[in-house]
Design a protein around this ligand. Sequence first.
Ligand code: DC
Length: 241
Amino acid sequence: MTGALRGVVALDGPSGTGKTTVARKLADRLGAGYLDTGAMYRMVTLAVLRAGVDPADAAAVAAVADRADFSIGTSPERPEVRLGGEDVAADIRGPEVTKAVSPVSAVPHVRELLVGRQRQIIGDVVGHRGGIVVEGRDIGTVVVPDSPLKVFLTASADVRASRRSTQDTAAGRTSSVADALASVERRDHLDSTRAASPLRAAEDAVHVDTSELSIDQVIVALSELASRRGLLAGCDAEVAR
Ligand code: DC
């Protein structure tokens, strides 16, 4: 069921559903590029914090976003994230950024700016490589609404909190499941109730509940979906529905 992906797979859902791991592994398996749009919001947030700007000050946040010199790689093996040339992969996952990223990503100007950049990157990668897996909150609804495969990943809040806590611990940060649950629920609420392109599933998205599934099971399910939709070059399109 492997093959070279043609087009864009849009992978949306709240935090802790396994989006990042699934998106990277799926892109790798399908010979596609990979874009982590959450990392872009996180880089702008890091720039805001480093500038000493209040994340709730929308005008000041917008000004920092305009000036921020960041870049993001699209290789699923090693997606580089750089702010002012510096590798900020670890910094953007820290608790300060995680706490401030929801208000920053709710600023309409920040969204306009990043959605423009995202569309540009996606267009380039599709042009060069044929396909890309893009993960975020508004990929199927706003960034690439004509994507031929939109997936909305879900998982119970308890499972998501436990995954986040395990990830934090692995990254050397102390985090109880209770703290992770509070953080996940807070971010879900902010991300899904903001006015500018809130987190929601596209009407034609396929919902996949990952609570009881391993990463590999999710990858197999999504690869099969891509194949059935006729998105894998070299695969039989007759099973496409
Ligand atoms: O996927 P993540 O946890 O790294 O995303 C960090 C934050 O960025 C998340 O709380 C909401 C925001 N985000 C967004 O608003 N739109 C996206 N396409 C991706 C992320």
